[in-house]
Design a protein around this ligand. Structure first.
Ligand code: BGP
Length: 484
């Protein structure tokens, strides 16, 4: 009798690695022809529990342009990957990385976003990064837009609120797909696209004097343009480099009901639908009815063009990627809130939390993997997961057993999901090397296997030091997840 075999372990070609973003690592913000980006005008948060990324208006942008230092804007200095990339990639190779996720800074290629010609020095930098990765047979996984766009596009046309930004993006993606054709197998369009519902950091839209409804409309309008741009980029990639694969990227936030009261379960379902909406469009090719209803009931009217529907329908992504840091809880009534880097939700009494108040939920990862596999039936890729913590450097060592513990628990659940039948392509842990925090711009919120000697004020030698977790992850990869 035929008996179906269920996979019991990580597949042989499983992509283990790490993930970063240009504006959190590169530095070199104003050299070799690069233009200023939206990420580089966001001031650091003065309080480590606070977020800074959406406190931007015309005034603060003016102030930022006048301030030519990196002191208040740590994303301008990153960890100077621009000059350390060889050393950093060598360390990733030593851990056995199969894949390295990084993003291209659009403003390095087109300083003003819509210049007539690309900046050769910017293109050449990513060529050098790709050369280095090839040397160690590490697959690149490139995000086209990770929380930044050329600031000039915000100043000129209010970022993604304008349809013209779609055209500028198309030009940028065409240039990079042609330039790196045959060298990059995996691409992502927009990082955590759903977080555009939180504003500026993702949409590049300055929102002044808007009512709540207007604000929500503006955000979903900008996101509509991104969804169309994402589908067009997928089309382009398939034409230019047919072997390459395009993925979408969601900040996945599974929502649990606060109780088994049907009203709470329904409230959680709606939150979940609003989170998955973006992947629904990108993977299934159309706006789901629940969202059309939500827009209608909330007075949100979006401007769409006739061809948009066809573009979305004809160009779904090849795989589905997401970040996973936490789950949230919702009830039909208002509850207590927990911190996230941008999300807030109810506190779950069964979970522990990180130094920054993010609730830790490894089992939730298995739940989410199962749900997403059932919903999309496309290969899944976890492209971010990790623990931001206050590490101590003592006598040249960092004993980060808490990080090992966090990662181990999540990887165990990934293995369970694979046994459940989920098709999982890979896992890129967030911030394999310490970098600037997205939400607070701190350096002291460290995620890495590799410590970087730099403090919140930018002081330090930038020396790279292997933490205990470096050796642990090396062994995880060497045994393909058998030894955790
Ligand atoms: C995700 C972002 C990353 C990253 C990570 C950790 O939302 O895609 O850019 O930084 O969160 O967040 P933080 O740096 O705020 O701790």
């Amino acid at each position: 009798m035929y008996k179906k075999q269920f996979p019991q372990q990580f597949p042989d070609n499983f992509l283990w690695g790490g993930a970063t973003a240009a504006n959190q690592i590169e530095g070199a913000w104003n050299i070799d022809g690069k233009g200023l980006t939206t990420a580089e005008v966001v001031r650091k948060a003065e309080d480590r529990k606070k977020m800074s990324m959406n406190l931007v208006d015309e005034e603060s942008i003016k102030e930022a342009i006048q301030d030519q230092t990196t002191t208040n804007y740590p994303k301008r200095r990153g960890i100077d990957f621009y000059h350390h990339y060889q050393e950093d990639i060598r360390l990733f190779a030593e851990m056995g990385f199969k894949v390295f996720r990084f993003s291209i800074a659009w403003a390095r290629i087109f300083p003003n976003g819509d210049d007539a010609d690309p900046n050769e020095k910017g293109l050449a930098f990513y060529d050098r990064v790709l050369d280095e990765l090839e040397k160690y047979q590490i697959e690149p996984l490139i995000t086209l837009s990770h929380y930044e766009l050329p600031l000039a596009l915000t100043q000129k046309q209010n970022g993604w609120l304008s349809r013209k930004t779609i055209t500028a993006f198309e030009k940028y993606t065409r240039i990079v797909f042609e330039r790196y054709r045959g060298r990059v197998r995996y691409w992502l369009t927009f990082n955590e696209i759903n977080t555009g519902t939180w504003g500026f950091h993702e949409t590049g839209v300055v929102e002044t004097n808007l009512s709540a409804v207007e604000k929500e409309t503006v955000r979903y309008q900008a996101l509509h343009h991104q969804l169309v741009a994402s589908a067009l980029a997928t089309k382009q990639l398939h034409e230019i480099d047919p072997k390459a694969k395009m993925g979408c990227m969601l900040a996945r936030m599974q929502t649990y009901p606060a109780s088994c009261r049907p009203e709470d379960v329904r409230a959680a379902q709606l939150e979940d639908q609003k989170n998955l909406f973006f992947t629904d469009v990108q993977a299934r090719g159309e706006y789901p009815e629940f969202m059309n209803r939500y827009f209608a009931e909330h007075g949100i009217e979006l401007q769409m063009e006739q061809q948009d529907e066809t573009v979305l329908a004809e160009n779904p992504v090849d795989f589905v990627s997401f970040s996973y840091y936490m789950t949230t809880v919702t009830s039909a009534q208002q509850g207590e809130e927990v911190n996230g880097n941008m999300a807030t939700g109810g506190r779950n009494p069964y979970l522990e939390e990180s130094d920054w108040g993010w609730q830790i939920d490894p089992v939730g990862l298995r739940i989410t993997l199962n749900e997403m596999w059932d919903r999309y039936r496309k290969p899944l890729f976890i492209v971010e997961n990790g623990l931001g913590a206050l590490d101590q450097l003592e006598a040249g060592k960092v004993h980060d057993d808490y990080r090992i513990d966090y990662l181990r628990k999540h990887i165990i659940q990934m293995k369970e999901a694979i046994k459940d039948g989920v098709e999982l392509m890979g896992y890129t842990m967030w911030g394999p090397i310490d970098l600037i925090s997205f939400s607070t711009s701190e350096m002291s919120k460290r995620y890495g296997f590799i410590y970087v000697d730099q403090d919140d004020d930018g002081k330090g030698t930038l020396k790279r030091i292997k933490k205990d977790s470096f050796y642990w992850f090396k062994q995880v990869i060497a045994t393909n997840g058998a030894q955790l």
